[in-house]
Design a protein around this ligand. Structure first.
Ligand code: NAP
Ligand code: HSE
Length: 432
C-alpha cells in the first residue's frame, strides 16, 4: 500500500493530549500497515514548555506559539485538546479557514459556538470531528452523524459525565465523602480543570446540547439546557433512595415534544434523579457513561463504556485523526448540514415522578396536613416513609408522574405550612 505522511499539530498535552501521544506512538506502525497513513506529531502547543510531562517528548516538538502550526502548510491536521473557549475557538477557526481539518474533544466550545465552527468547516470543505467531546471513549457522535442520520430520533437519555457518576458511585457503594470522591476523580484525570463545570451539570449540559444538535438537526446550545448539579446531594438522600429501591445519578435528557399548538419543541435538561435498581442506567457505575437513543424506526439503542479519562478519550480522538487523515487523501469531509434555531420547551411543560424529603414537626395530624397539600394540587403519592428524629420527623415521598408546575405549586404550599420546618431534597425519579 502506498503510504501518505500526515503531519499533526497538537494543541494541548495534558490528560488527553499526553494519552494521545502515547497511543499514536504505540499504534503508528500498525495504522500505517492497515491504512497506509503515516501519522506523526510534528508540534505540540502548551502553556509551559518547562512543565514536567508524563511522557518523554523531544524538546524541539514543544512550543507555546500556536501560530507556528495554525495555517502552516507543513501541518496537515490540527488536534485541539487544550480546552476552554479562547484561544481554542480562534485557533480552530484559523485552522479550518486555512483548510486544515480539525479534531477536537472540546464540548464546552462546541456547545457554545458549534454552529459557527461547523459552518467554517463546511465552507472550507474540511473535517471538524469531535467523537471525544461526548461520553469519552464511547462511539456515539459518529453513529448519530452517520448511521442514524435518517432516523427520526425522539429522545436521548443517559449518564454523560464521568466525574459526577464516579463521585455518586463512591458515595453510594463505599461511603466516601463528596470531597474525597471529587479529589479522586481529579487525580484519575476525569474532572475538568474547573471541577464546578462537572459537579454543577455544565459539562453534561454541553454534551447533551451537542447530542441534541446532531439528533434533531437544530442549533441547540448550552444556553438552551436547564441544568442542576449534584452538589446538593447528601449521603442521607442516597440512603433514603436506597431504602426506596433506587440509586441517584446525574441524568441528561434531550427530547422532541409536540406542544399544544402542534409545533415541535426541543427539551434539553440535566438533573440528578432517582433511578430504580432494575433500570439499566442503575448499573452504570464509576466513570462509565451510557447513552440511550430512541427512534421511531430503530427503537431503543444503548451505547455504554468509559466516559472519561486520558486513554479512553484519546482512543476516540485517535479514531477521528485516522478518519480525517483518510478523508484528506480522498479529498472529502464529513458535514453536519444546515442547522436552524429550534423552539425550546419551557421548563413547566415537563412531567416527572418526584422524590421529596421533608423535615416536619413530630405531632399528631402533621401527616394528614401534608397529605392534604399534595391532594389540593392533584399530586398523587406513590410511596411514603416516616422516620422519627430527636424532636422532629422526616417524611420522604415518591409521587406518581405529575406536571412540574403542579409539583412547584405543591412545594410552595408545603414550605408555607407551619409544621414543615424544611424541604431538604426534591429530585426527579426516572421512569420508562
Ligand atoms: P488538561 O489536562 O488540563 O490539559 C490541557 C492542556 O492544554 C495542557 O497541556 C495545557 O498546557 C494546554 N493549554 C491549555 N490552555 C492553553 C493555552 N491557552 N495555550 C497553550 N496550551 C494550553 O485537560 P484535559 O483533561 O486533557 O482536557 C482537554 C480537553 O479534552 C478539554 O476540552 C476537555 O473538556 C476534553 N475532554 C477531557 C476528557 C478527560 O477525561 N480528561 C474527556 C473528554 C474530553 P500545560 O500542560 O503547559 O499546562
Ligand atoms: N470531565 C468530563 C467527565 C470528562 O467527567 O465526564 C469527559 O468528557
Amino acid at each position: 500500500m502506498k503510504s501518505s505522511s500526515i503531519h499533526i499539530g497538537l494543541l494541548g498535552c495534558g490528560t488527553v493530549g499526553a494519552a494521545l501521544v502515547h497511543l499514536l506512538t504505540e499504534q503508528r506502525d500498525s495504522v500505517k500497515h492497515r491504512t497506509g497513513l503515516d501519522l506523526s506529531i510534528e508540534a505540540i502547543v502548551v502553556n509551559d514548555i518547562n512543565k514536567e510531562r508524563s511522557i518523554p517528548l523531544p524538546n524541539e516538538v514543544l512550543t507555546t506559539d500556536a501560530s507556528s502550526v495554525i495555517g502552516n502548510p507543513e501541518i496537515n491536521l490540527i488536534v485541539e485538546v487544550m480546552g476552554g473557549i479562547e484561544p481554542a475557538r480562534e485557533l480552530i477557526l484559523g485552522a479550518l479557514n486555512s483548510g486544515q481539518p480539525v479534531v477536537t474533544a472540546n464540548k464546552e466550545l462546541l456547545a457554545q459556538h458549534g454552529a459557527e465552527l461547523y459552518a467554517a468547516a463546511e465552507k472550507s470543505g474540511v473535517d471538524l470531528l469531535f467523537e471525544a467531546a461526548v461520553a469519552g471513549g464511547i462511539p456515539v457522535v459518529r453513529p448519530l452523524r452517520e448511521s442514524l442520520s435518517g432516523e427520526p430520533i425522539t429522545r436521548i437519555r443517559g449518564i454523560i459525565n464521568g466525574t459526577t457518576n464516579f463521585i455518586l458511585t463512591r458515595m453510594t457503594q463505599d461511603g466516601v465523602s463528596f470531597d474525597e470522591a471529587l479529589l479522586e476523580a481529579q487525580e484519575l484525570g476525569y474532572a475538568e480543570l474547573d471541577s464546578t463545570y462537572d459537579v454543577e451539570g455544565y459539562d453534561a449540559g454541553a454534551k447533551i446540547a451537542i447530542l441534541a444538535t446532531l439528533a434533531f438537526g437544530a442549533d441547540v446550545t448550552s444556553e438552551d439546557v436547564q441544568h442542576e448539579g449534584i452538589s446538593g446531594i447528601t449521603v442521607e438522600d442516597i440512603k433514603f433512595a436506597d431504602r426506596l429501591g433506587h440509586c441517584i445519578k446525574l441524568v441528561a435528557v434531550a427530547e422532541q415534544i409536540i406542544n399544544q399548538e402542534g409545533k415541535s419543541e426541543i427539551g434539553v435538561r440535566v438533573y440528578p434523579a432517582l433511578i430504580p435498581f432494575d433500570h439499566p442506567l442503575a448499573a452504570v457505575n464509576g466513570s462509565f457513561n451510557a447513552v440511550f437513543v430512541e427512534g421511531d424506526a430503530v427503537g431503543e439503542l444503548m451505547f455504554y463504556g468509559p466516559g472519561a479519562g486520558g486513554r479512553p478519550t484519546a482512543s476516540a480522538v485517535f479514531g477521528d485523526v485516522i478518519d480525517a487523515s483518510g478523508n484528506l487523501q480522498r479529498s472529502h469531509g464529513s458535514l453536519i448540514g444546515a442547522l436552524d434555531r429550534p423552539l425550546i420547551c419551557p421548563p413547566e411543560s415537563f412531567e416527572s415522578s418526584f422524590y421529596l424529603n421533608l423535615k416536619v414537626e413530630d405531632q399528631p395530624g402533621v401527616l394528614a396536613r401534608v397529605a392534604e397539600v399534595f391532594e389540593n394540587h392533584g399530586v398523587s403519592i406513590q410511596s411514603m416513609e416516616q422516620e422519627g428524629m430527636a424532636s422532629e420527623a422526616r417524611l420522604t415521598f415518591i409521587t406518581h408522574s405529575v406536571h412540574e408546575k403542579d409539583l412547584l405549586h405543591t412545594l410552595e404550599s408545603l414550605k408555607s405550612l407551619d409544621v414543615v420546618s424544611n424541604v431538604d431534597s426534591v429530585l426527579r425519579v426516572v421512569g420508562d
